[in-house]
Design a protein around this ligand. Structure first.
Ligand SMILES: [Zn+2]
Length: 430
């Protein structure tokens, strides 16, 4: 009797009676149990008391529990099906596990917390399960912790929408964030107007009327959705997208410069015998991508030297670098009037810079001029936005091994929204 009490306490299960326990030759601990009378014959979905239907496919089922030291632990029990007035014939619930799960509740809570805090390999090795299995655990946990998704939409005033690609850019997910909390409030597979429309349709009339600002990249469908659902809201452009455009333009100039340097080496002395010397200009330009992309305050000594080299060797590329840097600094101006002046100055400079991609970029920026000004007026913090964006990208990367796209979306919501994910013992404390 005492042993059963201790077992129950270690397993940390309620409404459960322990029948037996054995240790298999490989060290696995198997505990036979059954729900107490009160918890028997309940619907697996809604938990309602129902009538016994049949024994299903019969036999016993096992649920993996948290390990005891190095031993794997399983709870085994006979299962049957019940007839729920609402859900029809379903497997009866067991107090130690969620519906359709082969793990105990505690195991799933631990797995979820770990997958939000550690690397994929660490979680899979520690728990001795495949990363793909974590996907379905994540989804069950989200369904439980985020039972009322509409709660994320309360008090929305400033929102941002972003599309993130995965599967090498072949597939997309759209993510909406609340600028005031920096949290993700909605995520959905796909991108474009039809998907963003789905988000707006979830909001009430009052909630739509409350939205004052919608930010995103330069996509036309964002404006189309604003016109349809919240015409009074201001359209903004996330500053990091604008800086990204400039970085991409700079990269294009760098690639052209590198190709030119390959074709016309700086050293034109006649060839001597032996292995031809590599052209240093081309080599230096090829390795300068990170030096050009980084903010000057974060450059390493080697990268600083690379920049100095570019300033001397390729004036055009250096000019492109300065243009990118100046545009980045425009968004760091605290004062809106000064920022506007700086932006106008940048546009004039880019117009006459004689670098085609930047002339093109200047046109794009003029097309989005009002949205960029609105961004400055509303002081959308680039740092917060970038941090959220990085977190979303990391979540997408974490979810790569999942077979199901819904698992990926649930992963993003658990990692980046305000859903409170805790360790198993912290759930009990409250
Ligand atoms: Zn039911």
């Amino acid at each position: 009797m005492l042993t059963k009490k201790i077992l129950k306490s270690i397993l940390n299960v309620k409404h459960t009676a322990i029948d037996d326990m054995k240790i298999l030759p490989d060290g696995t601990i198997v505990i036979k149990a059954h729900p107490t009378k009160d918890e028997q014959c309940r619907c697996g979905i809604c938990g309602r008391k129902s009538v016994h239907y049949d024994n299903g496919r019969g036999g016993t089922r096992s649920w993996r529990a948290c390990d005891w030291n190095t031993h794997k632990v399983y709870i085994v029990a006979d299962i049957h099906r019940v007839m729920c007035p609402k859900h029809g014939v379903v497997t009866a619930s067991v107090p130690w596990a969620r519906h359709k799960s082969r793990f105990t509740k505690e195991f799933e809570e631990l797995a979820t917390w770990l997958s939000l805090s550690c690397t994929k390999t660490a979680v899979a090795s520690l728990l001795r399960i495949s990363w793909n299995t974590i996907g379905s655990i994540i989804s069950r946990m989200r369904a439980e912790l985020d039972a009322n998704p509409a709660a994320h939409f309360v008090g929305l005033v400033r929102i941002g929408v972003d599309e993130t690609s995965y599967k090498k850019g072949h597939k997309y997910i759209t993510v909406v964030i609340n600028h005031d909390t920096g949290k993700v409030i909605w995520a959905h597979e796909g991108h474009g107007k039809t998907i963003f429309t789905k988000f707006f349709k979830l909001l009430s009339k009052e909630q739509l009327a409350n939205i004052q600002l919608v930010s995103g990249d330069g996509a036309k469908w964002i404006q189309a959705c604003i016109n349809d659902f919240c015409p009074v809201a201001k359209r903004c452009i996330d500053p990091f997208h604008v800086v990204q455009w400039a970085t991409e333009a700079l990269d294009e100039v760098r690639r052209l410069a590198w190709r030119d340097a390959l074709r016309n080496p700086a050293d034109k002395t006649p060839k001597k015998r032996g292995r031809p010397k590599k052209d240093t200009t081309a080599k230096d330009l090829k390795g300068s991508r990170f030096a050009l992309g980084k903010a000057p305050e974060h450059l390493t000594k080697k990268q600083q030297a690379q920049l100095e080299f570019i300033a001397k060797a390729d004036k055009r590329l250096y000019r492109a670098y300065l243009l990118k840097e100046k545009l980045r600094l425009v968004f760091q101006c605290e004062n809106v009037a000064i920022a506007k002046k700086e932006l106008d100055g940048w546009i004039k400079w880019a117009q006459h810079c004689r670098i085609n991609v930047f002339v093109e970029l200047q046109r794009k920026i003029r097309r989005h001029y009002d949205a960029i000004l609105a961004t400055m007026e509303h002081h959308l913090s680039n740092a917060v936005l970038e941090a959220t964006n990085r977190k979303i990208k990391l979540s997408v990367y974490m979810a790569y091994g999942f077979r199901n796209i819904d698992n990926m979306i649930d992963m993003i919501m658990l990692r980046c929204s305000d859903i409170d994910v805790r360790l198993p013992w912290d759930y009990e404390a409250t």
